[in-house]
Design a binder for this molecule. Structure first.
Ligand SMILES: Cc1ncc(COP(=O)(O)O)c(C=O)c1O
Length: 372
């Protein structure tokens, strides 16, 4: 089975730990276990028996997760290794060669590459920069056919930080209903909305929705590698069937900690910390872009630890990113890795000091670039 290089993940894997300033993360600055857990909980971790546990996820964790999705109980949830695995087992169990996937673009590359590798055709519908990254729903409609198995969306969106309006969501549901196809909704950036209004899940609007999500982004804990799917029971069962072939189960320690994070009060505390950080960091990036207005532009993100910045310099985005890394030890994401040259994605969910230092080094780089 051939699969194309996952440009974003490969570049992050190669370089994120070798640079001084890593501005590629789209999530919120992580906690340490000591910051997160009470002393009593730390003791409970020490006493955990490290077996496999329930392979589709501890019942109490699945029950906690189910409480966040309308009409769900623990049988509508499977816990996975990151939302990467959640997305993977969802599509692996759902798609057959020849199926078509109509996909929101730009988007995280995982489902795009996977669908093609599974012998499916990916038909795009685009978020339009000229319309504040609103989706082109006429394009969506024109891409649907009898072969469409799934409409795949990422809401809030990576890399733009855009959020679908309720009107757009309703229209997407109508179109899915008319074709009787599934909606795969990656909602991992829900909960980090700058205005504090949590994005409605597609699962609240349409029963043939499969939600992929996890702790890595708005919920600040990528290192736990906890993700999940929420959706119709037969889809979750099929995903579990496939999950037996990927990783069997997730770590017992991670599941315990996930259940702590997902208790309503703690979850709110973690999300509020993230929003507070973004409230500080987004204006810093906006000011930076304004100071470079002749070359850069930004539609401010409404959620997620990222800013998708357009530019008009005469340099390809991969080349710009490589030179910035080599010359200034700052790593950012090339628009190329999203199939959109002349854009850069800056990670803005990290500590403010690192963001400011990274932007200062970008200033130096740009001055040198222009005078070369
Ligand atoms: C939209 C989206 N989905 C899934 C993932 C993977 O997340 P995880 O670390 O939970 O596997 C990412 C990571 O960047 C992402 O942006």
């Amino acid at each position: 089975m051939q699969i194309e290089t996952f440009e974003l993940e490969r570049n992050q894997s190669l370089y994120e730990n070798t640079v001084e300033f890593n501005l590629t993360e789209s999530g919120i600055h992580p906690y340490t276990l000591r910051e997160l857990l009470t002393e009593e909980q730390q003791q409970q971790v020490l006493d955990l028996r490290l077996g496999y546990g329930q392979t589709n996820g501890a019942p109490e964790l699945r029950a906690t997760l189910a409480s966040y999705y309308r009409g769900c109980n623990e049988d509508n949830i499977i816990v996975t290794n990151g939302s990467a695995e959640a997305n993977f087992v969802a599509f692996w169990s759902l798609l057959e060669p020849g199926d078509e996937v109509v996909m929101m673009l730009p988007n995280y590359q995982l489902l795009y590459g996977l669908s093609r590798s599974l012998g499916c055709e990916v038909k795009p519908f685009h978020l339009r920069e000229g319309q504040n990254w609103a989706p082109d729903l006429d394009e969506l409609e024109s891409q649907l056919s009898d072969k469409t198995r799934v409409i795949a969306v990422c809401n809030p969106n990576n890399p733009t930080g855009a959020i679908l309006s309720r009107g757009s969501m309703d229209r997407i549901v109508e179109l899915a209903q008319a074709r009787d196809c599934y909606i795969l909704s990656d909602e991992i950036y829900a909960g980090s909305e700058l205005d504090g209004v949590e994005t409605t899940s597609f699962l609240a609007l349409y029963e043939k929705t499969i939600v992929a999500s996890g702790l890595a982004k708005s919920l600040s804990h990528p290192g736990l590698r906890i993700g999940w799917l929420a959706g119709p029971r037969h889809i979750i069962d099929a995903a579990w069937h496939h999950h037996d072939y990927t990783s069997i189960s997730t770590g017992i320690i991670s599941q315990y900690v996930a259940n702590v994070i997902l208790q309503p009060e703690k979850r709110l505390q973690v999300l509020n910390r993230g929003r507070d950080l973004l409230q500080v960091n987004v204006p810093i990036v906006q000011e930076w872009v304004q100071a470079h207005a002749e070359n850069f532009r930004l539609i401010p993100p409404r959620a997620g630890g990222m800013a998708f910045v357009g530019y008009n310099l005469d340099i390809n985005s991969s080349e710009l990113v490589t030179r910035l890394r080599e010359e200034k030890s700052v790593l950012i994401v090339a628009g190329d890795w999203f199939g959109m040259d002349n854009f850069l994605r800056l990670g803005i969910g990290g500590q403010t000091g690192e963001l400011v230092a990274g932007l200062e080094l970008m200033d130096e780089f740009l001055t040198e670039l222009r005078s070369a």
